[in-house]
Design a protein around this ligand. Sequence first.
Ligand code: PLP
Length: 785
Amino acid sequence: MSLPLSDYEKRKQISVRGLAGVENVSDLKKNFNRHLHFTLVKDRNVATPRDYYFALAHTVRDHLVGRWIRTQQYYYEKDPKRIYYLSLEFYMGRTLQNTMVNLGLQNACDEATYQLGLDMEELQEIEEDAGLGNGGLGRLAGSQDFWVSSPALGGEGVVVVRAGSLDSWVTFPGLPLLSLCCEQGLERAHAASEATGPFCGWDCTGLEWVGECPILTCPSFLQFFEGKELRLKQEYFTVAATLQDIIRRFKSSKFGSRDPVRTSFDAFPDKVAIQLNDTHPSLAIPELMRVLVDIEKLDWDKAWDITVRTCAYTNHTVLPEALERWPVHLLETLLPRHLEIIYEINQRFLDVINAMFPGDFDRLRRMSLVEESGIKRINMAHLCIVGSHAINGVARIHSDIIKKSVFKDFYELEPQKFQNKTNGITPRRWLVLCNPGLAEVIAERIGDEYISDLDHLKKLLAYVDDEGFIRDVAKIKQENKLKFAAYLEKEYKVKINPNSLFDVQVKRIHEYKRQLLNCLHVITLYNRIKKDPNQHFVPRTVMIGGKAAPGYHIAKMIIKLVTAIGDVINNDPIIGDRLKMIFLENYRVSLAEKVIPAADLSEQISTAGTEASGTGNMKFMLNGALTIGTMDGANVEMAEEAGEENLFIFGMRVEDVEEMDRKGYCAKDYYDRIPELRQVIDQLSSGFFSPKQPQLFKDIVNMLMNNDRFKVFADYEAYIKCQENVSALYKNTKEWTKKVIKNIATSGKFSSDRTIAQYAREIWGVELKSHGHPSTNKAEGVTVP
Ligand code: PLP
């Protein structure tokens, strides 16, 4: 008789990737072969890896269909409040593996493909990222777990996609099927198609996906506000299609159709919540007013009350150049009725302000939805604030800044509207999927409940001094680094030293994120090695990745600089493999999934007060990288959770930056005072890194020296010093890993489950049901796969 299994062994069998039972595996194999044969019309003699990928995707998709139909039936019967998350971006990344993880099917699929003689990783690499977004804002919306399809919530999302990526949406079986969306109106929108297909969040009940338009293309990589007509059409289309759908559904529900002649909209805000992901879908406010007043014949006050109680606005940036301010002349030609409605909203709003603050004309000017200086514009953030019952920032510091500065007047007027919802990330994609080794060693110690309740990670604090756990965590990191090094060598033909400190900054390229500060550090290290080649150096591989907006010259020059520094340093025999600088091309979700688990150091070095939250920072923390960062965005709360001593915090705080703004920032003072900084800048000016084009980096130098809004030099010394501390600690693997464990253990707050539960309770007025691991989930509407 065999010995009973220990808890440890039992847990090992219930892998975080789900059970690979014999029956599961044999069913999957059968269905895989059925799809290869009947759906793809191929046999094993002629099938390509692509065919195998599609066969697998169809097989996995089959597991969604039943849940999807049950979800719809549940919604139909219960008619729950529906949350419409309106976003111009849904940055989804790949779907196949995410679906397997969320269904608890991954182990069984791994085993099935293995038995079929196929390589799962190779098949997964065939799927292209659905890259319908720019960065944090889009990724937040794209995180399927964010707009959960909980039976209690009934979440739905509407998105307009780019023509360029439409093919991939149509042809990938993991992604939505196309059908028709727009029922009426929209003369200018030419709605051609809509997607309706199942998606799978963690609760595995499926998710609806509505609204596609191949005509209105999304100019990607917006980071500045560009007042382009096409973009306005696209924003309007998203909003108009959504609202028609919302109104149609509401009317057909028992709440909307009590009176057969005239719909009562009294219950509308109890049945519908509209969350505006930044101002991009802000036309929802005048569009809902138009429908209620012009079509449904409600009086203005009633319509306005319904609109405000329905809409809520999330702000994502305080940088003025990114705030949408649409020229009135564009609205006049494209959306004249909406402009009229906006004027009416503004008039009534200003009447209230005027009554409260008689004679305070400057306040009226500051708060008006209409900006009169220069070309006349509508300030869309003001429209959102006035037309919503809740306004939130995405990290505590950001929500405070909103109240204290950018929207101060509005906060003074209606303080009860202002909230904070600190961003979160899904631990399914950003741990279980991308870092299975780490997920498993965590589960071995504390079980797997942390996957659906990330606060359980706190239990790891008991293992901070546990030699075995320290060893396991360090070993997993080393394995991830080796794997990433091999990937870089294969895909990019660059060889890196896997024993060096992997120092990673991946995010959109932007002056405020200060990739330039990182570059100055790398050049400083280079100069130090060259000056004293025999001195001991902690080897580093610095990787910077991210996209630049097409028209953003300095951002493009920053990329050029990173590659130019790499060309010099990486080929200098004196440097050897002690220092490398790599630009990670084509940074996207699927590359993030590879590089983040391999990082030792996460660079979060924006000027204090400029990064709303960041979500990359959280991903690194959860994956066992230590953060070097300023007290900005969610870094502040990460330091609060982990203890400031467990991050490398440096530089000016928001108050210091404000103080410097008052006194004036003079880059030349730092240049004159700090010899190492001067040397670096002189090298950039003289063409040391661009010998064939000595003037190449003159715009960067000029900006840094004469009009640097983000004060790079002011934080240079503190940053260099802090990096010295990083290198010193890195020499001691054990102490380093202890800090890593403390960070992982305290990252629970940054789960998107917490974020979404707060939106649900505090803005949408619904309670979320909690969901466990899919392999054990018995929640309503959910069956075990
Ligand atoms: N791009 C991708 C692919 C991401 O996964 C993320 C992270 O969340 C971002 C951009 C945003 O990064 P950050 O929050 O560092 O700006």
